[in-house]
Design a protein. Structure first.
Lengths: 274, 272
C-alpha cells in the first residue's frame, strides 16, 4: 500500500510514524499519577451524542442518568428534543462509546442524546440541536463520535463549538476517517481525536501538527453493542470516547478546569511518542 | 396533455410544454447514463473485492423517493444476495455510516445474535467482519460502500477504512458525473423556487407535478425501448450513427406530419 492511502488523520499516530510527534514540551511532562490517581469522574456529566445508549447494558454500569432523542416536529421543519424513557440504541454505536467512557471514569454520570431518527432529513440540524441541548443542560464533557460534512452546517457548529468552549463544556470529537473537512471535529475549540493501534486505553498521544491533536486507542477495540452484546470495532469513533473518559477524570479532579486547561493537561500527560 | 386548471396556476400552456420538454430530456439523459453509472459502480466494487480479497463488496445509494438505502451493485462470491435490498437509512451499520458520515470497521459481529442479523440473513450471508464508508458529495452523504470479510484477516484495519474511502471517493465521482439530471423534480423545484415567492410553494409543487407527470407512464413504454436501444449504440461507428440519425429523422418527420393532420381534422387522437 502506498503512503497516500494511509488513514487521513490517524496516520501520525500509527506505527513508526509516531516518532514524528516528538517535541520539546513547553510545560515539561506532568506526572500522570498526580492527575489521575484516585480520579473516577465524580461530579462530571458526560453527554454522548450518538445512536442512543442502552441503559441496562452491563458495560454502562448503571451510570446513564438521562436519555433524550432529537427528531423533527410534526411539520418536519424544526428539531425537537424528547425524553426517551426506553433509552434505545438503534445501532449499538452510542452504547460502545458509553462503555468506553464508563470503563475509564466509572463515577461519571452519562446522558444519551440520540440524534438518529427514523427520518433522515435534516440530520445535520438534528445533530446540531442535540449538541445545543447538551451544552444548555450543563454537560461537562460531550462525546461526539460523529461529524457533519455539510458546508451549510459549518457556521452552526462553529458557533456551538465557541458556545461550549465559553460555557466550560469540553467537546471531544472524532475526526472523520475519510479525508476532507467535517464539523465540528476539526475546529480549534474542540479536542479532536483519531485512532492509534496500541491496544491500551491508557495510551494516548499528542500531535503538535493540527488539526487532529490527539491519538487514542481505536483499532480492534472490544466494545459494547446493541442487545447487551459486544463487537470488535475500529474507527476514530472509538478513539474519541477514550479521550472523553480521560477528560472526565481531569474535570472530576479539577472541577473548574477550562477546556484549554483540560487540553493542556491531556497534552502534558500524553505518552512519549516512538 | 391537459392544460393547467384553477386560479393558482399562473403558468400558461406554452411554458408548461417547455418544462415538460426539459423534463423529458432529463429523463432521457438519465436513461442513457444509468447503465453507464451502474457499470462504473460495478467495476468499483469488483476492484474492491479483489484488492481486499474479500467475500463481498457492495454500494448502497439513498433513494429519496423511497426514503431508503438501496443496494445497487455488489461483487464477490457472497455479494450477490444483497442487490436490490432496501433498508431504512438508520438501520444497522450501513445506516449508521450513512446517517453519521462516519466510517467504521467491525469484527466478530456474529457474537451478537441481534446485530443486524435479519438484514444479513436476507442476503444469504452473515459476515464476521465489515468495513463501511460513506459516499459523500458536496451536498452530503449519498450512500455507502461496504466490504465484508477479508479472507486474509479476521478484522479490518484503519488502513482498510481509508482504502475503502478511496474507492468510495471514486464511486461518488462516477455518480456525480451521471446524476446531474437524475433528480429532475428537485432540479425543477430549485429552479422555480429561485424565481418565486416562498408563499408560492404549493403552486411550485403543482407545476413540478404537471411537468414530470407520466414521464415513466406505460404509454411511453415503446419510446423508452427506443431510448434504451439508442443507449446501446455507444459502440457504433460514425457511419452507423449517421445512418441511424437519418432513419430517425425520416420517422420523426412522418410522425410530426401525421400529428399535424390529426390536429387539423380536430381529432384528439388518431386511430392506431
Amino acid at each position: 500500500m502506498t503512503e497516500a492511502l494511509l488513514p487521513a488523520w490517524s496516520e501520525p499516530f500509527v506505527g513508526e510514524r509516531r516518532a514524528g510527534l516528538l517535541r520539546s514540551r513547553p510545560l515539561g511532562e506532568l506526572d500522570r499519577a498526580t492527575i489521575f490517581e484516585g480520579a473516577d469522574g465524580t461530579g462530571v456529566t458526560v453527554a454522548i451524542i450518538d445512536s442512543g445508549v442502552e441503559r441496562d447494558h452491563p458495560d454502562v454500569g448503571g451510570c446513564l442518568v438521562r436519555s433524550v432523542v432529537v427528531d423533527l416536529d410534526a411539520e418536519q421543519d424544526e428539531p425537537v428534543v424528547h425524553e426517551d424513557p426506553e433509552s434505545l440504541d438503534v445501532v449499538g454505536h452510542g452504547t460502545a462509546c458509553a462503555g468506553i467512557i464508563h470503563a475509564l471514569a466509572p463515577a461519571a454520570q452519562l446522558i444519551s442524546v440520540r440524534v438518529l431518527g427514523p427520518d433522515n432529513r435534516g440530520k445535520g440540524a438534528i445533530f446540531a440541536a442535540g449538541l445545543e441541548w447538551a451544552i444548555g443542560e450543563g454537560a461537562t464533557v460531550v462525546n461526539l463520535s460523529l461529524s457533519s460534512r455539510s458546508e451549510a452546517m459549518f457556521p452552526v457548529f462553529h458557533d456551538l463549538a465557541d458556545r461550549a468552549y465559553f460555557a466550560n463544556c469540553l467537546l471531544v470529537s472524532a475526526a472523520n476517517n475519510v479525508q476532507g473537512a467535517s464539523y465540528p471535529s476539526l475546529f480549534a475549540a474542540v479536542v479532536s481525536v483519531a485512532a492509534h493501534d496500541v491496544a491500551d486505553p491508557w495510551t494516548w498521544f499528542y500531535n503538535p501538527a493540527p488539526p487532529v491533536e490527539f491519538g487514542a486507542y481505536g483499532v480492534d477495540v472490544e466494545v459494547a453493542w446493541k442487545g447487551g452484546g459486544h463487537v470488535v470495532a475500529t474507527g476514530n469513533s472509538f478513539a474519541a470516547p477514550h479521550v472523553a473518559g480521560l477528560a472526565a477524570l481531569i474535570r472530576g479532579r479539577y472541577p473548574s478546569a477550562s477546556p484549554f486547561e483540560v487540553k493542556t493537561i491531556l497534552a502534558a500527560t500524553a505518552n512519549r511518542p516512538g | 396533455m391537459s392544460p393547467p386548471r384553477g386560479p393558482a396556476d399562473r403558468l400558461d400552456a406554452d411554458a408548461l410544454d417547455l418544462l415538460r420538454a426539459i423534463a423529458r430530456r432529463g429523463v432521457i439523459a438519465r436513461r442513457l447514463e444509468e447503465g453507464a453509472e451502474r457499470a462504473v459502480l460495478r467495476s468499483i466494487v469488483e476492484a474492491t473485492v479483489r484488492l481486499f480479497d474479500a467475500e463481498a463488496a457492495s454500494i448502497a445509494l439513498y433513494d429519496p423517493a423511497l426514503g431508503q438505502l438501496v443496494f445497487e451493485v455488489a461483487a464477490g462470491e457472497q455479494g450477490q444476495g444483497v442487490i436490490g435490498l432496501a433498508i431504512a437509512p438508520d438501520q444497522g451499520i450501513a445506516g449508521y455510516v450513512f446517517t453519521t458520515g462516519q466510517a467504521l470497521a467491525l469484527s466478530e459481529v456474529e457474537s451478537d445474535a441481534r446485530f443486524g442479523r435479519g438484514t444479513a440473513e436476507a442476503t444469504g450471508y452473515v459476515p464476521r467482519s465489515i468495513v463501511a464508508v460513506p459516499l459523500v458529495d458536496e451536498r452530503g452523504t449519498i450512500g455507502i460502500l461496504e466490504v465484508l470479510d477479508k479472507r486474509s484477516s479476521v478484522a479490518f484495519s484503519l488502513r482498510d477504512i481509508e482504502l475503502a474511502g478511496v474507492f468510495a471517493g471514486q464511486a461518488t465521482v462516477a455518480i456525480r458525473a451521471s446524476r446531474v439530471e437524475r433528480d429532475l423534480a428537485s432540479l425543477l423545484r430549485a429552479a422555480l423556487t429561485s424565481l418565486a415567492e416562498p408563499a408560492d410553494r404549493p403552486t411550485i409543487e403543482r407545476i413540478v407535478g404537471l411537468a414530470i407527470a407520466d414521464l415513466d407512464g406505460d404509454d411511453e413504454g415503446r419510446l423508452w425501448t427506443i431510448v434504451d436501444r439508442v443507449a446501446r449504440l455507444r459502440q457504433a461507428d460514425p457511419g452507423e450513427l449517421e445512418l441511424l440519425a437519418e432513419i430517425l429523422e425520416v420517422v420523426a418527420r412522418r410522425a410530426e406530419g401525421r400529428a399535424e393532420q390529426r390536429r387539423r381534422s380536430g381529432r384528439a387522437r388518431g386511430p392506431r
